[in-house]
Design a protein around this ligand. Structure first.
Ligand code: KIV
Ligand code: NA
Length: 265
């Protein structure tokens, strides 16, 4: 199989072929997504929420992200694997950002990293890229700054914030990012950004004009029972299915139905 590269992702934008991206945090799920043909697998710091049960993405550490990313990479034959640098591992200065990116690349085999922010992180983006590490940007709702925003509501609905977002996208492109995630912004702003830059935009809650789409696997598979934002399309209701399977297993054990004569040595 031919591996997905940043050049292939760039060509997809030029050709008008939409880019598919999903998050994964472990070997077994990543293997299924890679087999299905997902173009990009994101080892998101949403692991902090969906894997570790924290309320925000802030607590997860670089070591923990490295554990998740290395597990994912071992499963991959075709997908391009991007790993999030977590909160606190790159905001200090560009030297710290570079050493975090290098640790991620060296210790996991990921193909690129993602960091949140615009103008504030441009120096770090340049420094990481100059070391040969592909960087994906992330604008709009940036969960590592949740305590600055105060809410997970739609971002950049006001003109000033929309203008800053477009400017940030141009700066990230100029710095050399190979793609930018746009999270929870109005569809028409996504359209403007996608038209203003030549690198791919990948949206989550950012509407149909993005060059690609990303969803958190637990959300699209219906494992997060109570998370039902408008932008989410659920492809399975795994919470209910796993609940029913677990109940059936409990019943079978209690009833002495499992194991039966054929299920023992
Ligand atoms: O951590 C994550 O899952 C993400 C996506 C929502 C883009 O950053
Ligand atoms: Na993230």
């Amino acid at each position: 199989v031919k591996r997905v590269t940043t050049h292939i992702l760039q060509k997809m934008k030029v050709d008008g072929e939409k880019i598919s991206m999903l998050t994964a945090y472990d070997y077994s799920m990543a293997r299924i997504f890679d087999d299905a043909g997902v173009d990009v697998i994101l080892v998101g710091d949403s692991a902090s929420n969906v894997m570790a049960g924290h309320e925000t993405t802030l607590p997860i550490t670089l070591d923990q992200m490295i554990y998740h990313a290395s597990s994912v990479v071992r499963a991959i034959k075709r997908s391009f694997v991007v790993a999030d640098l977590p909160f606190g591992s790159y905001q200090g200065n560009s030297k710290e950002a570079l050493s975090s990116a290098i640790r991620m690349m060296k210790e996991t085999g990921a193909h690129g990293i993602k960091i949140e922010g615009g103008e504030e992180i441009v120096e770090s983006v340049k420094r990481i890229i100059s070391a040969g590490v592909p960087v994906m940007g992330h604008l709009g709702l940036t969960p590592q700054s949740i305590y600055k925003f105060g809410t997970y509501a739609v971002r950049a609905t006001e003109e000033a914030e929309a203008q800053k977002l477009i400017n940030d996208a141009l700066l990230l492109q100029e710095a050399g990012c190979f793609a930018i995630v746009l999270e929870k912004i109005p569809a028409l702003l996504t359209k403007k950004v996608a038209e203003a830059i030549h690198i791919p935009t990948i949206g989550i809650g950012a509407g149909k004009y993005a060059d690609g789409q990303v969803l958190v696997m637990h959300d699209m598979l219906g494992i997060n029972k109570d998370f039902k934002p408008r932008f989410l399309r659920r492809y399975l209701n795994l919470y209910d299915q796993i609940l029913e399977a677990s109940k059936q297993y409990i019943k079978d054990v209690k009833d002495r139905d499992f194991p039966n004569d054929n299920e023992q040595y």
